[in-house]
Design a protein around this ligand. Structure first.
Ligand code: KG4
Ligand code: ZN
Length: 414
C-alpha cells in the first residue's frame, strides 16, 4: 500500500512516498523537499504570492525526484493520451503549474500508488491551492483517490511514530529515504502542544483523528514572535534557530540577565496564549538601548553582541516559560497520559530540555510519555502528511474525497 503525499501550506514544497506493510511498518520510499527560505529572507516573513509561484515552479520537479527515489518513475513508451479538458480547471489561476504538470502526465507512466494525501489547510491559501490542484490533477488523470489532510494533524501524528534508521542495504538518498516508522502505543487522553510560525495551540485527543482545541494564541504565533524578534536583532529569517542559538550562548555564560520580559496571560484561567506583548517589550528594550542622547531612531547605535545575546535569552525564557506553564496546567486538568509537541518550534532545544525537566520533576506528571518529532520532521515536510494518511490506513478509516470537491482552506481547524 503506497501513498504519495503533498505539502505546500507555507514556504516548504514537499513530496514523499510512503509504503505500509501488514507488519505495521511504514517505509519512506522517496522524499523531496524544497525550502523557500532564501526567497522570503529579504522580507523577514513569507509573501503569499511569491510562495505560490515558488511552489508552482518546484512541485513537478520534486514529484519526479520523489517518485524516482521510490523507483516508481517510468518514462512512457509513447506519449500518454488523456482528455486535456481534465486539466482545464488549471487554466485561469494555475497556468505555471499546468505548464509543468501537463508534460509530466504525458511522458511518464502512471505510478504504482494507492492514494494521494494532500494538505488542504490551514496555511496560506494561495500556497495551499498549488498542492491541492496538483493532487486534483494527478488524481483525475491517474484515477487514484485523494485523502485530504489537516496540516496540524500531520504535526501531531509525526511524533506518534517511532523512527528507525535506514537499513544498510537501502540506498542512502539525501531525503532520508529508507527510514522506517512504526506507530507507538499511545495512551490517551493525548495532549498536543502545537507550536509553529502560524500556530500556537493546545489540542486534546481521545484517539488519533478526533481532536479538540482547548486553547490558542490570541495574537502572534510563538514561531512568528521568534521570527519578529530575530528581525529586531538583525538575525536572518527564519529567526527561531538564530534567536535560540544566541540565547544559549548567553545561558552558557551563567551570569545574571539585565533584561526580563513579561509573561503575557501566563496566569489566565484559560489555555490561551499571547505573544505580541513580549515582542513589544523587546522592541522597547531595544529602542531604549540603542537610542542615544536625543532618543531618536536616526540617532541610534548598533546593539552589541553581548546585548543581543542577553535580549534573545530574555525573550526565549519568557516565551518558553509561558508555553510550559500552560501545558503543565492542561496536562494536570485533563489527566493526559501522553504529551506530543509538534510544529517548527518543537525543534527548539531549550523547550525540549525545560519541558522534559519540568515533567520529570513533577511527581504527579512523571508517568506522562513525552514525545517530540525528530528534528528533521519538526518543520514542514510531506512525510508528516503521508504519516497522517497512514494513521487512517492503520485504523481502516480512510476518508477520501472526489478530486473535483477538493478545496484549500487557510483557516481549517482540527
Ligand atoms: O511548522 P513550521 O515549519 O511552519 C509553519 O507551519 O509555520 O514552523 C516554522 C516556524 C518558524 O517561525 C521558525 O522560526 C520556527 O518554526 N522555528 C523555531 C526553531 N526552529 C524553527 N523556533 C524556535 N526555535 C527553533 N529551534
Ligand atoms: Zn507547520
Amino acid at each position: 500500500m503506497k501513498i504519495l503525499s503533498i505539502e505546500t501550506s507555507c514556504d516548504e514544497t514537499g513530496i514523499s512516498v510512503l509504503e505500509y506493510k501488514d507488519t505495521g511498518v511504514v517505509s519512506l520510499l522517496g522524499n523531496a523537499l524544497s525550502s523557500q527560505v532564501e526567497i522570503h529572507a529579504k522580507y523577514g516573513g513569507v509573501f503569499p504570492a511569491l510562495a505560490k509561484r515558488a511552489h508552482a515552479e518546484k512541485i513537478v520537479p520534486l514529484l519526479t525526484q520523489a517518485l524516482d527515489e521510490a523507483y516508481l518513475l517510468e518514462v512512457a513508451d509513447e506519449p500518454k493520451l488523456f482528455d486535456t479538458e481534465i486539466l482545464s480547471f488549471l487554466d485561469s489561476k494555475e497556468t505555471l503549474l499546468k505548464e509543468n504538470i501537463e508534460p509530466f502526465l504525458k511522458y511518464y507512466e502512471k505510478p504504482d500508488l494507492d492514494y494521494i494525501a494532500v494538505t488542504v489547510g490551514p496555511g496560506l491559501e494561495p500556497a495551499l491551492w498549488v498542492g491541492v490542484n496538483t493532487a486534483r490533477a494527478l488524481s483525475s488523470v491517474w484515477n487514484i483517490p485523494v485523502i485530504p489532510i489537516n496540516h496540524m494533524e500531520g504535526h501531531i501524528v509525526t511524533a506518534a511514530f517511532k523512527t528507525e534508521d535506514s537499513l544498510p542495504a537501502m540506498p542512502a538518498h539525501a531525503g532520508q529515504t529508507g527510514k522506517t516508522f512504526t506507530l507507538s502505543e499511545i495512551q490517551f487522553p493525548l495532549l498536543s502542544l502545537l507550536v509553529s510560525g502560524g500556530h500556537t495551540e493546545l489540542v486534546l485527543a481521545e484517539s488519533l483523528g478526533s481532536y479538540k482545541k482547548i486553547g490558542q494564541t490570541r495574537d502572534d504565533a510563538v514561531g512568528e514572535a521568534f521570527d519578529k524578534v530575530a528581525r529586531m536583532l538583525g538575525l536572518p529569517y527564519p529567526g527561531g534557530p538564530a534567536v535560540s542559538k544566541l540565547a544559549g550562548e548567553f545561558r552558557a555564560k551563567n551570569i545574571e540577565n539585565p533584561f526580563t520580559m513579561p509573561r503575557p496571560m501566563m496566569h489566565s484561567k484559560d489555555y490561551d496564549f499571547s505573544f505580541s506583548g513580549i515582542k513589544t517589550a523587546m522592541l522597547y528594550a531595544i529602542r531604549d538601548l540603542t537610542a542615544q542622547a536625543g532618543l531618536t531612531i536616526s540617532n541610534s547605535r548598533e546593539l552589541e553582541n553581548g546585548e543581543k545575546e542577553a535580549l534573545a535569552c530574555a525573550f526565549e525564557d519568557a516565551a518558553i516559560e509561558v508555553l510550559i506553564h500552560k501545558t503543565l496546567k492542561a496536562l494536570e486538568e485533563y489527566n493526559a497520559q501522553t504529551l506530543i509537541v509538534g510544529g517548527g518550534v518543537a525543534g527548539n532545544t531549550y523547550l525540549r530540555s525545560e519541558l522534559t525537566k519540568a515533567i520529570s520533576t513533577r511527581q504527579d506528571l512523571v508517568q506522562i510519555a513525552l514525545l517530540f518529532p525528530e528534528p528533521w520532521l519538526a518543520t514542514d515536510n510531506a512525510v508528516m502528511i503521508g504519516l497522517a494518511a497512514m494513521t487512517q490506513v492503520i485504523s481502516s478509516q480512510i476518508k477520501t474525497r472526489n478530486p473535483e470537491e477538493l478545496r484549500a482552506d487557510g483557516n481549517l481547524s482540527l
